[in-house]
Design a protein around this ligand. Structure first.
Ligand SMILES: Cc1ncc(COP(=O)(O)O)c(C=O)c1O
Length: 393
């Protein structure tokens, strides 16, 4: 069978290989704690489910939803941006509802980039940043991130000939997989770079509310000039444990949002109305609903890092997101580590190369199990892997 040539040459998805290994391990009788994929294990808060139930009875499910999104959710999204970041945006022209930010990011990249164009993506990327452009025949240039620069993008390293063909710059803070956070000054540098080089800045703010130790994640629109260059992707998946409902939104540059809508109106319809209602309810009540969710992730993070410390791994706990990003000990190969942790430590992790070659000497654990289980898993893990490299994060 003939398939799209760009799809045929796309590198294998690391998460599919992990899935294959999990199935094989289970078939061989091994049980393990799955900290591989970052899918929330806690339930969706009951009031959100009640809002969904009510909306399922009240809202019209016979008709297609409006392309841009329901008036109620568009308003809830812009109210959230105002309450949380002090940014006033138009629900009519600067907001679009998404069936999850992953789809939205793919749709926008598909609408903006094709053969001859370059996407500037972080060297540690959530996979869709790289795969959507490749499927559309665009090139991807990985912009270095390293711990010495607090995992911020090294914009100065981008070669001039690449920059000439670049259309989009992607940033993601709080960051998956590193948990790194950013500052308004860092954001201002991204905005200025995008303005100077005529790029659409796509900021992925999927973890906006999952921050600890008093850190508050900024929006790109808090920076002067941000709204001239940027779009920002928001997600209900992690903030409210709603990943299964598939809902989020994008705000910012109306020309880029129009391109996304033009693309999507040719391939889909957006999000079902009851789910949009549930998301609006969640955003209207974000503060009350997220307090226990954030507290639980913080407890889990602390338990995991205390156990690592106890085992002699002096890793620094991240201030955001729901992951531990840890260095592989010297001499341990990524796929060997996956296998040894799975079989000997009964822990499934994600090798850092799932996020790009720059992640090859790291691995990621998701905080998707109760604190006691994470503590026990961390103690087993240090026993199996041995010493962490000196001075590594
Ligand atoms: C950085 C980042 N962006 C986007 C997403 C996708 O979120 P959604 O469920 O809204 O598609 C994830 C999910 O893990 C993520 O880590």
């Amino acid at each position: 069978m003939h398939i799209l040539p760009t799809l045929a040459v796309i590198p294998p998805y690391v998460f599919s290989e992990l899935e294959r290994r999990k199935v094989a391990a289970r078939a061989a009788g091994h049980s393990f704690l799955d900290l591989g994929i970052g899918s929330p294990d806690q339930p969706t808060p009951a009031p959100i489910l009640e809002a969904l139930r009510q909306a399922a009875l009240d809202s019209p499910t016979n008709a297609y939803p409006p392309f841009r999104g329901s008036a109620r959710l568009l308003k809830a999204a812009t109210d959230f941006m105002s309450m949380r970041f002090g940014v006033e945006l138009s629900p009519a022209t600067e907001t679009v509802v998404l069936a999850g930010s992953k789809e939205g990011i793919a749709e926008m990249l598909s609408a903006l980039c094709g053969p001859g164009d370059v996407v500037l993506a972080p060297s540690l990327s959530y996979p869709v940043y790289v795969r959507a452009p490749l499927m559309h025949g665009a090139e991807v240039h990985m912009v270095p991130m390293d711990p010495a620069r607090r995992w911020q993008l090294d914009l100065a390293s981008i070669p001039a000939d690449v920059l000439k063909r670049a259309r989009v710059l992607i940033a993601n803070y709080p960051n998956n997989p590193t948990g790194a956070v950013t500052t308004l000054a860092d954001m201002a540098a991204l905005v200025e770079f995008a303005r100077a080089h005529n790029l659409v800045l796509m900021h992925d703010l999927a973890y906006s509310e999952l921050t600890f130790d008093g850190h508050v994640a900024p929006s790109v629109f808090q920076v002067p000039g941000g709204r001239d260059v940027a779009v920002e992707f928001h997600s209900c998946s992690k903030t409210f444990n709603m990943a299964g409902m598939r809902v989020g939104f994008v705000v910012g540059r109306s020309d880029a949002l129009d391109a996304l809508l033009a693309y999507r109106s040719n391939v889909g319809y957006g999000v079902s109305m009851p789910i949009q209602h549930a998301a609006a309810y969640a955003l209207d009540n974000v503060r009350a609903l997220t307090v226990p969710i954030i507290a639980e992730y913080q407890t889990r993070r602390d338990a995991l890092y205390e156990a690592l410390q106890q085992g002699g791994w002096h890793a620094t706990a991240p201030h955001a997101a729901m992951y531990a990003w840890l260095p592989l000990p010297d001499g341990v190969e990524p796929w060997d580590a996956v296998e040894r942790l799975l079989v000997d430590a009964q822990v499934m992790m994600t090798p850092g190369l799932a996020f790009g070659a720059a992640g090859a000497r790291y691995f990621r654990l998701s905080l998707v199990a109760p604190a006691a289980d994470l503590r026990a898993a961390a103690l087993r893990l240090v026993q199996v892997l041995g010493a962490v490299p000196a001075g590594a994060r």
